[in-house]
Structure formats: C-alpha cells, structure tokens
Design a protein around this ligand. Structure first.
Ligand SMILES: *Cc1c(COP(=O)(O)O)cnc(C)c1O
Length: 462
C-alpha cells in the first residue's frame, strides 16, 4: 500500500500558501509554525485511524483551515467579560471587580517606584504589608497583618508557622473542599502538619477538642463552611469557646473565615457570613480571609491577628514564595481605605453596589433590552423573568439574591451555539443557560455596559 502521508503538504509548502502568508503578517512566525505542526499531526492521526481510503486535503484547503483555527486560538487570551451569569464572585471570571480607587492606585504605584519594603519615616527596611497595619487595626481591631497570594497560601503559612510537625485539630464538619484543588486535609499535609480530626460531620462539641489536646498539639483550626450547609441536627463550637480552651492549654487558635466580610452582609439578605472584626474580638490568634471575595479587592490571602502569631508567619521561609507584589498591595490598601466610610463603600466597591442595587432598577434595565431584542427576527422568545443571582466564589449555593433576567430563545439555533458567538464578542458576553434558555442577569452587568448589549446581539445575527 502506498504511504498516504507522502501526499500531505510539507510545513514549508503550507507556510508559503496565501492564507498562512497573510496570517504571518501579524502573528509570530514560531506560533504559526507550531500551529501548522500540531494541525498536521492531527491530520496524520486521523489518517492513521481511518479504516477506508480518505482523501488527502489539498494544500490550499488545509492552509485555510489552519489559518482559521489559529485565529480562533488567538482569541483565547485574557479579555474583558460582561458577566451576565448572575454569579457575583465568579472564580472563572476573576471574582471581585476592583473599585476605581483601587485601579487608580495600582496604576500610580505600578508606574514608578514605591515604598514597598521601606518605611518612609525611618528610611529603614520594613515588612511588606506593614503599611496596611493602621488600616487593618481601624477596620478589624487586629494588631498585625501579613498578606499572601490567596487564602490557600495564607492557610498554609499560618498552620506551617504555628504548628509544623505537630497536630492541627479540625472538626470533621469543617474539612472542606473549595473549588476542586483546595482540600483542607491536603493543605495541612503539604504544610507539614498532621490533621487531627474530631467530632462527626454534623456534631462536634468542646469536649471533643479538649479530649485530643496533648503536647503534640500545634493549633486549633476553625474553618467557615463557606460552600455547603449541614441541616438537621447540628452542633459546632463557637470561636469564643475554642479561644478559652486554647488559652487554657496554650494552644493557638486559627479562624479561617473564608470571605472576609468587613461589614454585616445580612442587610443584603446574606446570612451566616462571619464578620472579620468579631473573630478578632473573640480572641483568635489568626484570622484568615480572601481579598477577592466579599471584601471586593484583589486576589490575596489576608492573615490578621496577634502580633506574635503574625510575626511567626512573616519569618516563615514560605512567606517569600507566596508574597504579593506592589500592585496587589496598592489595590488592597485603596480598597481598605474605601471601607473607612461605609456609605462610600456601598457606592464604590462594585460587589457591594451589585448587592445593593434596587430590584426595580434591574427590572427596568431588563425590560429595555427585551424591547430592543424583540426587533431581531432570530430571537423567537425575549422576556423578563424573575430569578435569583448567586454569590458564588465558594459561597453557600443556597445564598440566593432576587433579581431580574432577560430570557431568550433562538428558534432552531441551539442556545449553546449562540452562547459561543456571544463569548467571541469583545468584550465577551457571558450568560447562564437554564432549561434551554439563555439568561442575562442584570445584577452582575455594569449599567455602563447596558448600551452595548443590543449591538452584541445584532452583530451575532448579522
Ligand atoms: C474561598 C475559601 C478559601 C480559599 O481561598 P482562596 O483565596 O480562593 O485561596 C479557603 N477557606 C475558605 C473557608 C474559603 O471560603
């Protein structure tokens, strides 16, 4: 049998063909060559697996296919997205959008040199994040602060600094997995600690903690069950009691509160979100939380608490591997400054603005888009529906916030295919697909983007 691959065009032949030559004008040579190789390998693979005679694509046809493929590949860069999913802290979409003040500060600080590790008063070397201390004390009551890349990093640093080689006591009701790659038992193991599980899934009592405390106990860790709920007969131990127990046995208590609510979110209809200040006041040695969840700041893991405990974290060699850069520090500082005035915070922090957006405003905006979309014949159903937005980002999925969505159907065209075309717009538009309909939730769409939505549908159907 003749070798079918002999007839496949060579890489050089393909690069000389018009479609790829044109692409080479604005795409890097290596990227195109690599793309051609990958594509040819794929074709060879298919020919190998084919059971009957298949036609070898002609060079021109192949080159066109490769050029198209490379163009769509190139679209998958980091791009701005209009979030119509209704998931406020969407991890896939970068969690919290930043406040303007934070963005401006990042820009100012990133442009030049900054006092990242220098104290401007003394001119001496200082700790990174020391500049945040006064703000943190004001907002939470804590004495000291350390900032790491995210809360996973802060947790690793905290347990490793306080309890390396020792046991960390955790209730079985709090051994959480968050977002797939974060599993608390693994985090503890990676940090060189031994997990000491106690109690049961639904009930853990103070006696369970006391019973296992011994000379190899390094810390007691309490974890907020952010993304699940145990209902029915449940019992867990209050932080206050854990601190009393820790004090009695000289064991530090770490409280991972997850979201980092600086204010009470009950007024937004979100119950059970622990408030950072309360954990500090109850006497936890360290309180850990994310920067990009309910705080509404940059991705960061913030550890606050007693000066001695924070000092141990800062001395840990892992700190260097997990430290944040000046841009994160700048954004975090500016975000915390916004919180100095709660009324301003509600206006300036995007996620607070979304949460406090009056429902009538959402309905009005949804109606407006529906009126416009009804003029497009390809949209066979367009209506405003009452729905629920979700907090997301590893928060309890039962925390639902009433909202209004635009719900759409597109005749014979599949919802998935239209969703794909909308994702390919710039900025990309994301909605959620529910019962065969495409939904756009106005709670997570910035009002300034409303005017662009209709154009996006127009160009999809053009
Ligand atoms: C979200 C969360 C984490 C992980 O935080 P990241 O900043 O995403 O690393 C850890 N613990 C709890 C309780 C959380 O809710």
């Amino acid at each position: 049998m003749p070798n079918p691959f002999r007839n496949l065009p060579s890489v050089n032949q393909l690069l000389e063909s018009p479609p790829l030559k044109k692409l080479l004008e604005n795409v890097n040579h290596n990227v195109v060559v690599d793309g051609v190789r990958v594509f040819l390998d794929d074709v060879r693979d298919k020919l190998n697996k084919a059971t009957e005679n298949v036609e070898i694509p002609r060079a021109q046809e192949l080159a066109e296919k490769i050029a198209d493929w490379l163009k769509t590949e190139r679209k998958s860069l980091l791009e701005p997205v209009i979030n119509g999913t209704g998931i406020i802290l969407h991890t896939g979409l970068g969690r919290a959008p930043l406040a303007t003040a934070a963005i401006d500060r990042v820009s100012t600080i990133a442009k030049g040199y900054a006092s990242v590790e220098i104290d401007l008063q003394t001119g001496e070397r200082s700790q990174r994040a020391r500049a945040l201390e006064r703000l943190i004390m004001e907002l939470t009551g804590a004495e000291a602060v350390a900032v790491a890349n995210n809360n996973a990093a802060a947790t690793m640093l905290a347990v490793s600094s306080l309890a390396k080689g020792k046991e960390v006591i955790v209730s079985r009701g709090q051994l959480v997995e968050i977002g797939g790659s974060y599993r608390l038992p693994d985090v503890l193991e990676c940090s060189g600690c031994r997990l000491r599980e106690i109690g049961t899934t639904n009930k853990t009592r103070i006696e369970d903690y006391e019973a296992v405390i011994n000379e190899s106990t390094g810390a007691i860790l309490r974890v907020h069950p952010s993304n699940f709920q145990v209902v029915g007969f449940t019992e867990s131990v209050e932080l206050r009691s854990l601190v009393a127990l820790g004090n009695k046995h000289n064991v530090p208590v770490i409280d991972d509160v997850g979201s980092g609510a600086l204010i009470d979110f009950q007024k937004y209809g979100l119950s059970d979100e622990p408030i950072v200040r309360q954990s500090v006041e109850m006497g936890a040695d360290l309180v850990l939380f994310s920067g990009d969840k309910l705080l509404g700041g940059p991705q960061a893991g913030i550890a606050i608490g007693k000066r001695s405990a924070v000092a141990k974290m800062l001395k840990n060699p892992m700190m260097r591997a997990m430290r944040v850069d000046k841009m994160t520090l700048a954004a975090l500082q500016a975000t915390l400054e916004v919180y100095q005035n709660i009324e301003t915070a509600e206006q300036e922090i995007p996620i607070l603005r979304m949460l406090s957006m009056p429902i009538d405003n959402l309905k009005f905006r949804a109606n407006k888009l529906v009126t416009q979309l009804k003029t497009l014949p390809q949209i066979t159903v367009a209506e405003v529906v009452s729905e629920f937005s979700m907090l997301g980002g590893g928060s309890v999925p039962t925390q639902k916030i009433p909202t209004y969505c635009v719900a759409l159907e597109f005749g014979d065209r599949s919802v998935d295919s239209i969703a794909k075309l909308l994702r390919e717009q710039r900025p990309a538009l994301f909605g959620r697909i529910c019962k065969g309909r495409f939904l756009l939730d106005f709670r997570t769409i910035f009002p300034a983007h409303d005017v662009r939505l209709f154009e996006m549908f127009e160009s999809v159907f053009a």
